[in-house]
Design a binder for this molecule. Structure first.
Ligand code: HEC
Length: 65
């Protein structure tokens, strides 16, 4: 299946693993919760980016983009 997936999808997915590792490092090394929250927000953009960009639609489905 990996061979069938678009490269951008794989890059986004693998990058998200790395982004969470970086978030864990930040959480360990700062006392400022807002810094951690801000970085978490950046990671969450990857979630919505992937979920809205790569989807199997159902024919005739009424979906809002
Ligand atoms: C590289 C693309 C990609 C990224 C980035 C991504 N997802 Fe997903 N996500 C998927 C795919 C593909 C599925 C599987 C969809 C399915 O099984 O129907 C999935 C499934 C899910 C599900 C289960 C949905 C269901 O109806 O069962 C949740 C919850 C979810 N993702 C949350 C997240 C969160 C939170 C993030 C960010 C931290 C994230 N995803 C990032 C691609 C991605």
């Amino acid at each position: 299946m990996i061979g069938k997936l678009p490269l951008d999808f794989m890059t986004l997915g693998m990058g998200t693993h790395k982004a969470f590792d970086a978030l864990a490092d930040t959480a360990e090394n700062t006392d400022d919760p807002l810094v951690v929250l801000g970085e978490l927000g950046d990671v969450m953009n990857r979630c919505t980016g992937c979920h809205s960009g790569y989807r199997f639609g159902i024919e005739g489905e009424d979906r809002e983009d």
